[in-house]
Design a protein around this ligand. Structure first.
Ligand SMILES: C[S@@+](CC[C@H](N)C(=O)[O-])C[C@H]1O[C@@H](n2cnc3c(N)ncnc32)[C@H](O)[C@@H]1O
Length: 302
C-alpha cells in the first residue's frame, strides 16, 4: 500500500482499509512520526527501518525485508506492506515482494499512493506534459550512457547517494557530486539553475525548493530525501521533415472531405480514408490547414 508523502493527507481509502484489515502490517515510512500514525491504524505494525544500516548492502536489506513479509504470507496471514509515497515508484521491495508472493501462488496487489513525483509537480508548478520529463535514478544516470534531452525536464532521484556502487552508503559526498556535475555539463551550461526538492512530510512543514547553479551542486546539502530537478536548457526543436509528412496526410484527408462534400465521392462508403492509422472515420469538422498548423505549434496539453 502507498501511504503518500504527507502524514495522513495522501492515503487513499482502499490503502487505509487494507492496512486496517490486515493481520500484520510492515511499515517502511519516511519518518518516525509517520510510523506512529501508522501504528494508530493497526495494532501490529512492524517497522522495516531496522533492516537498513550504514555499511550494509541495500540488496541484503531488501532481501531480508521481502523474506520477513513472505514468511508471514506463508504462515497464512493477510500481510500488508505500507510504504511511503507510491509503493511502485523508485521502490524495489514492493515490486519484488508482490512478484515473489505471486510466484509462490499467493494473491498480491499494489495500491498506489501519492509519490514525491506527484508532490514535485504540484509544489514546483511543473506539468510533465508541457515539454516532457525524464526520470532517472542518479547513480544509474552516472553509470550508464543515457541520451539526455535538454529540451525536457530532467529529474534525478536518490541524488544524495549518487555514485554509490556499493549500495551501502547513506550519503556519498562532494567528489561524487562533482562527477555528476561533469556528466551534466555535457548537456547543460555550468550556470544552469537546478532545484533541490524535498516534499513536506507533515502539514506544518514547508517543502524544500532550493535553487542553485549546477556549478554549486558539489557543496550543496543533498540528503536521502532530496530529488533534483533540472529544467530545460534549450527550446523544443521542431522536426520539420515529420511535420511536412503530417501536413501531406492532412491535405489528403482534407481533399477527400471536400470531394465528399461536393458529391464527387460518397463519404459514407469511403472506408479507405487515408488517415495516419487508416482506420479512423472522417471527423465531421476537420480543422483548416492554418488551424492544424497552429495546433501543431502548441506543444502543451489541454
Ligand atoms: C527509494 S525512493 C522512494 C520514492 C517513493 N516511493 C515515492 O513514491 O516518492 C527514495 C527517493 O525518493 C525521493 N524522495 C523521498 N522522499 C522525498 C521527499 N520528501 N521529497 C522529495 N523526494 C523524495 C528521493 O529522490 C529519494 O532519494
Amino acid at each position: 500500500m502507498g501511504v503518500g508523502m504527507m502524514l495522513g493527507a495522501h492515503i487513499g481509502p482502499r490503502a487505509r482499509a487494507t492496512i486496517e484489515q490486515a493481520d500484520v502490517v510492515f511499515g517502511a515510512v519516511s519518518d518516525p512520526l509517520v510510523e506512529l500514525w501508522l501504528q494508530q491504524m493497526h495494532g501490529d505494525v512492524r517497522s522495516l527501518q531496522p533492516y537498513y544500516a550504514e555499511g550494509k548492502s541495500r540488496h541484503d536489506t531488501y532481501r531480508e525485508m521481502i523474506e520477513a513479509m513472505l514468511a508471514e504470507v506463508r504462515a497464512g496471514r493477510q500481510v500488508c506492506g505500507a510504504f511511503y509515497g507510491h509503493p511502485g515508484v523508485f521502490a524495489r521491495v514492493p515490486h519484488k515482494a508482490i512478484a515473489q508472493a505471486r510466484a509462490e501462488g499467493f494473491e498480491a496487489h499494489m495500491e498506489p499512493g501519492v509519490s514525491a513525483e506527484d508532490c514535485l509537480y504540484a509544489d514546483l508548478g511543473i506539468d510533465p506534459g508541457d515539454v516532457g520529463c525524464q526520470h532517472y535514478e542518479a547513480s544509474q544516470f552516472l553509470f550508464y550512457r543515457r541520451r539526455v534531452d535538454p529540451s525536457a525536464y530532467l529529474v534525478l532521484w536518490q541524488v544524495g547517494v549518487v555514485g554509490d556502487r556499493t549500495v551501502t552508503r547513506f550519503n556519498t559526498g562532494p567528489a561524487y557530486r562533482r562527477l555528476l556535475v561533469e556528466r551534466l555539463a555535457e548537456d547543460y551550461p555550468a550556470g544552469h539553475v537546478v532545484t533541490l526538492y524535498e516534499a513536506a512530510t507533515v502539514a506544518i512543514a514547508a517543502p524544500r525548493m532550493e535553487q542553485l547553479p549546477l556549478s554549486r551542486l558539489a557543496e550543496a546539502d543533498l540528503r536521502m530525501q532530496t530529488t533534483m530537478v533540472v529544467p530545460p536548457a534549450v527550446a523544443l526543436r521542431r522536426d520539420e521533415a515529420m511535420m511536412e509528412k503530417i501536413r501531406r496526410l492532412d491535405d489528403g484527408v482534407q481533399a477527400r472531405v471536400e470531394r465528399a462534400r461536393t458529391g464527387e465521392e460518397d463519404a459514407a462508403s469511403d472506408d479507405h480514408v487515408d488517415t495516419p492509422r487508416g482506420d479512423a472515420a472522417i471527423p465531421p469538422h476537420l480543422p483548416s490547414r492554418a488551424a492544424a498548423d497552429r495546433h501543431a505549434g502548441d506543444h502543451s496539453i489541454a
